[in-house]
Design a protein around this ligand. Sequence first.
Ligand code: BTN
Length: 266
Amino acid sequence: MKNRILSHLPSDHPWRDSILCFESIDSTNTRAKLLAASGAPEGTVLIADSQTAGRGRLGRSFQSPPRSGIYMSVILRPNCPPAELMHLTCAAAVAACDAVETAIGFRPGIKWINDLVADKKKLAGILTELSIDPKSGLVDYAVVGIGINCSQQPKDFPLEIRDIACSAAMVTGSPIDRSRLAAAMICSLEKMSRELLTKKIDIIERYRSNCVTIGAEVVVLRGEAQRCGKALDVDENGALTVAFNDGLTETVNSGEVSVRGLCGYT
Ligand code: BTN
């Protein structure tokens, strides 16, 4: 896998020498956090062929069967206050859309805040995790983890997600070159890491133009509570502005809520 990925990367790519490939791992995010805590540098990339404990947002799991997807995490060290990284998940989503478009030839949509979608189904998910240095109050490291379904057919997904999940092969009807997509992801994430703090407005503008949630009727789920409304916009911090049916307009943060479409997953 590693040699195939390297063959698709420019020979002078700055992250070339810090790519770690695993046949099986518990979670690339969990391992990346351990490596980051022991000093691994910015641009350390972990890619696994399968995960036994892939994690998603809000404590969910992420199905990561062998040779079916791309499961990768990258360590970033932006050395800034955490408040300046509120848009990190949005930036990673835009980077992932760019990589899918470059390597596979279609551009997914983004379901707020961290899912890539195609044909109204989930194609990929993003999990970003931060660690703050207690002395300086600055970000010690950020881990950006991305899982992309590549070659599954509907029967390969567990029943409980079969109606809401898709893969790149289902979208294109052709086999997917996972090494090429992994290399495109590495290139996109490296570009994102350079532009993260200087091109925030551009990044959010690109996020908005890809986001299928804006303009949709949504159900906002906070624990057991559900509220219906219309998603209006995503602000510069990646929060979603919703005009609720009770007449209130509020901005919801991704930390606590998830969003469903009124007519299904998106
Ligand atoms: C979600 O769907 O809520 C996010 C899913 C993120 C999955 C990726 S796969 C690589 C990395 N390692 C993990 O354990 N999770 C992320």
